[in-house]
Design a protein around this ligand. Sequence first.
Ligand SMILES: Nc1ccn([C@@H]2O[C@H](COP(=O)(O)OP(=O)(O)OP(=O)(O)O)[C@@H](O)[C@H]2O)c(=O)n1
Ligand SMILES: C[C@](O)(CO)[C@H](O)COP(=O)(O)O
Length: 232
Amino acid sequence: MTARPDLRGDVAVLVPAAGLGVRLGPGGPKALRLLSGEPLLVHAVRRVAAAGVGCVVVAAPPSEVEAVRELLSGVATATVVAGGATRQHSVSAALAAVPANFEIILVHDAARALTPPSLIVEVAEAVRGGHDAVIPVLPVVDTIKEVSASGAVVGTVDRSVLRAVQTPQGFRRRVLAAAHAAAVDEHTDDAGMVEKLGITVHCVPGDEAAMKITRPVDLVIAEALLARTLAS
Ligand SMILES: Nc1ccn([C@@H]2O[C@H](COP(=O)(O)OP(=O)(O)OP(=O)(O)O)[C@@H](O)[C@H]2O)c(=O)n1
Ligand SMILES: C[C@](O)(CO)[C@H](O)COP(=O)(O)O
């Protein structure tokens, strides 16, 4: 895990971690599920801290706030708040806890536990460089079909214009605050809320390691990625 010492401490990272993990199956809140013996949240926050950011705010499952504080005490200096019923509510709660002097805010899923610090730095630097909103993206590798409710193919989408979106997503603070003030739970991603304000969202190359651990197979893939990283 390589850190970039040149990143200034003017960046705050919000880590929504209050999701249930329904698609991962039974086993408790997803952010607390284990990957190589450590909770996903610990993997994620360790990488955020390695990026050299000045403030980390975690939105934890409401019943786990104290436990998460304890869990993170040896990992990074982090503020822990209670998350909400939707990702948007969790991000809003975390944003409210960021001190006023932080002008660059990144939002980063705990579920993207193996995101390299270098990607966190890239996104922060793109915001500092002048973009209001920045997202990491990857090309779509499968053919994408539009399908009707009855299961018939309606058409094939031109995938050359499609991108799969990751986190961290980076924003000027006023932009993220305005997007959340206007949002009505239509999007799980913050950039989607910003788009609705008519603000341009800039793309930077994503990273396969920033995959979102969503289904059981993703845990298997993440274990393999982690083993490869540790071995290199
Ligand atoms: N009410 C919520 C819902 C989601 N999240 C967080 O948002 C990130 C992305 O969400 P996702 O991966 O979809 O997690 P879950 O909502 O837990 O997954 P599922 O839909 O399978 O329950 C995760 O780090 C998750 O903990 C959150 O903080 N608060
Ligand atoms: C924010 C996000 O990770 C970008 O891909 C995604 O929107 C989260 O989506 P989910 O609906 O919570 O899986």
